[in-house]
Design a protein around this ligand. Structure first.
Ligand code: WTA
Length: 650
């Protein structure tokens, strides 16, 4: 532990230390009896129809079962029980539309909406176990649909509204979704964009393979839509006429709750599977102890989109299980002006704000005078997620958004972990800007060296692993048990979950996350795989070969940089590659989505490869980041880097 005295400013205030939900005793309790600790969390935070008999069954590791024999309904836990406890009039959602339209849903309203949606899905033939794809903007219907699926035990697969028809198609096919819930369009930065059109395209392209029986369409933008009478139904026609009560059945603790696709090291996204009891326990627990949520008094705002895991765990399931009052905002931080977020904080008196470092850095660039125009004094806790937050952004966030005193919880976790794993506790931890610090009580992490040996020396770089199963862990990759074992449980043997992140300790024992060590990039906190973008590039007829790297970027953390070799016929005679580069950027946008569009595409005549044919991304990263190229001696042809540098255009 530290020899240096804590900086008073970074230690919790005595008030917060005394009042916080997360207290130091939790660490002792979890260390003394881990399963007993999680059993208490599960029983105290959730309402079970049938109590569980066994806390953890790890006999088929790495496939875990938590709270075995227990039965519960996740939607009942997130909605109905709050109404039954007399909190029906509490606001669940303050919805703020992109154009300034608003809606308020109390827990009683939410209960009625979820019941109607569950009845509507039932009318469409959705049964327990059926998969439902959700492709919606950030509107209350998105949350209502997720909860309606949870209520029926029909696992949802939310696909980010920024993904293309092709990305949607592969996700619908992989999960074999029978129903897709979408909207006519979505509002973005003052304009409206079509959404259902992508669903139509995805289904058309699947042809006879399409598993989709029904498309349920929310009217949002009133944009033109094509219509298939046999397949499509309007939400306002089908859902609105349903009874507003629905009897929830309890499901097994291990019943699948959702599949969420995330990028891995191959071109095919992984369908990460989460189940019910363990997931809900840990998201509720961490939302309470890390965000220090107090449902009676806080106004909570997580800015994530429901298309990402943060939206699942800390916009839908965690805060609603805890009975929070929260803000849900449809738009971007700069629309119609760069003070939009802070206007919303002032308007709803937001007290807990959870966002991503990229957003903080964008606000930093726009200038501190913008938030200074608003009253942000309601804020008492700030959170960060998705990528390392650099100390400079951390300090700006605290100073200009947190009034110089709000604790920042830098939370490390992943789609696969389901819930926060490493983070300060605001009432316990003396903060260290830039570090996620320590595993939360109940979680065990270590850093291993190349040989797989744990070490604790400061400043030595190694690999982050998790050493004990945890309730919200993924239960596998949908339809691919071998890939699950191989990806997470083989690198350092079956007792270590390999997270794919580099990490180190500092002299105080804090954990610093150093970014991905695999071929996964993190752009604005969104995971993208190099292989996925490479395969999008080579699917274009002009491209013979492609290599993609994540280069560091001041604003977005990492940026997509591509190197392509053009096919002979596509090489412009005059050497001007601008047109083809623009076309390729647009092509990647169409294949995956605008977030995947490369920041730069360089046209080259060769790629650096080892003798075994593996692309040496490290060297390309040097080029993309404008550094001197590192050791190239393992290249099959060591002159390649020179050739590339000389002939680089784009
Ligand atoms: C990175 C997002 C540093 C990390 C919840 C991880 C972070 C990947 C942090 C998961 C953090 C997330 N500090 N890095 N606080 N939070 N990451 O699945 O590389 O979209 O492996 O989940 O984001 O991204 P995912």
């Amino acid at each position: 532990m530290s020899e240096t005295a804590p900086v008073p400013d970074l230690a919790p205030s005595p008030q917060l230390a005394a009042d916080a939900n997360g207290q130091p005793e939790l660490f002792e309790e979890a260390t003394a009896d881990l399963e007993g600790f999680w059993a208490r969390q599960a029983r105290e935070r959730l309402t079970w129809d049938t109590d569980f008999e066994q806390v953890l069954d790890w006999s088929e590791a790495p496939f875990a079962k938590w709270f075995v024999g227990g039965r519960l309904n996740v939607a009942h836990n997130c909605v109905d029980r709050h109404v039954e406890a007399g909190n029906g009039e509490r606001v669940a959602i303050h919805f703020e539309g992109e154009r300034g339209d608003t809606r308020t849903l109390t827990y009683a309203d939410l209960q009625r909406e979820v019941a109607k949606a569950a009845n509507a899905l039932t009318e469409l033939g959705v049964q327990t176990g059926d998969r439902v794809a959700i492709y919606l903007p950030m509107i209350p219907e998105a949350i209502v649909t997720m909860l309606a699926c949870a209520r029926l035990g029909a696992p949802h697969s939310v696909v980010f509204g920024g993904f293309s028809a092709d990305a949607l198609k592969s996700r619908i096919l992989d999960a074999q979704a029978r129903v897709v819930v979408t909207a006519d369009g979505q509002f973005r930065k003052g304009t409206s964009l079509p959404l259902k059109k992508a669903v139509d395209e995805a289904i058309d392209h699947m042809g006879a393979d399409s598993p989709v029986d029904h498309v349920l369409v929310v009217r949002r933008t009133e944009g033109e839509v094509a219509w298939d009478d046999a397949r499509d139904q309007w939400w306002h026609e089908l859902v609105d006429r349903q009874p507003d009560t629905h009897e929830a059945q309890a499901h097994d603790s291990e019943h699948p709750l959702f599949i969420l696709y995330t990028s891995g090291t191959t071109g095919k996204p992984k369908g990460i599977l989460h189940t019910s009891g363990g997931y809900l326990t840990q998201v509720a627990y961490t939302n309470a102890i890390v965000h220090d949520l107090r449902p009676e008094t806080d106004v909570y705002w997580c800015t994530a989109d429901i298309g990402w895991v943060t939206g699942h765990s800390y916009l839908v399931y965690g805060p609603l299980a805890n009975g929070a009052t929260q803000v849900v905002y449809e738009g971007t931080p700069d629309s119609p002006h760069q003070g939009r977020w802070w206007e919303i904080v002032e308007k709803y008196k937001v007290s807990i704000l959870y966002t991503a470092p990229t957003a903080v850095r964008a606000c930093m660039k726009w200038g501190a005078d913008i938030p200074a125009r608003y009253d942000l004094s309601s804020i008492r806790i700030l959170g960060s997620v998705g990528e390392p937050i650099n100390p400079e952004a951390w300090r700006w966030y605290r100073e200009h958004i947190g009034g110089g005193s709000a604790p920042i919880v830098d939370t490390w976790w992943q789609t696969e972990t389901g819930a926060i794993m490493i983070s300060p506790l605001p009432g316990v931890t003396t903060l260290e800007p830039g570090s996620a610090q320590r595993p939360v009580p109940g979680i065990s992490a270590e850093i291993l060296d190349d040989e797989g040996k744990p070490f604790t020396e400061p400043e030595k770089v190694g690999y982050l692993v998790l050493t004990k199963p945890w309730p919200s862990m993924l239960r596998g990759i949908w339809g691919d048990p071998d890939r699950y074992r191989e990806t997470y449980w083989s690198r350092f043997g079956p007792e270590y979950y390999f997270a794919g992140d580099g990490a180190k300790y500092d002299a105080d024992g804090n954990i610093w996350l150093l970014g991905r060590v695999d071929d996964v990039m993190n752009v604005s906190g969104h995971r993208l795989s190099t292989a996925e973008i490479e395969s999008a590039l080579v699917s274009h007829p002009a491209v013979a070969e492609a290599a993609v790297v994540g280069a560091s970027d001041e604003m977005t953390g990492q940026a997509v940089c591509a190197f392509v070799i053009l096919r002979g016929a596509a090489v412009p005679a005059d050497g001007d590659t601008d047109a083809v580069v623009q076309e390729l950027r647009a092509h990647v946008g169409k294949e995956i989505g605008p977030i995947a569009k490369p920041r730069s595409i360089m046209v080259v005549t060769e790629l650096p490869k080892t003798r075994s044919g593996k692309i040496m991304r490290r060297l390309l990263r040097d080029l993309a980041e404008g550094r001197e190229v590192g050791d190239a001696t393992t290249l099959a042809d060591s002159s390649v880097m020179q050739t590339i540098q000389q002939g680089m255009t784009g």
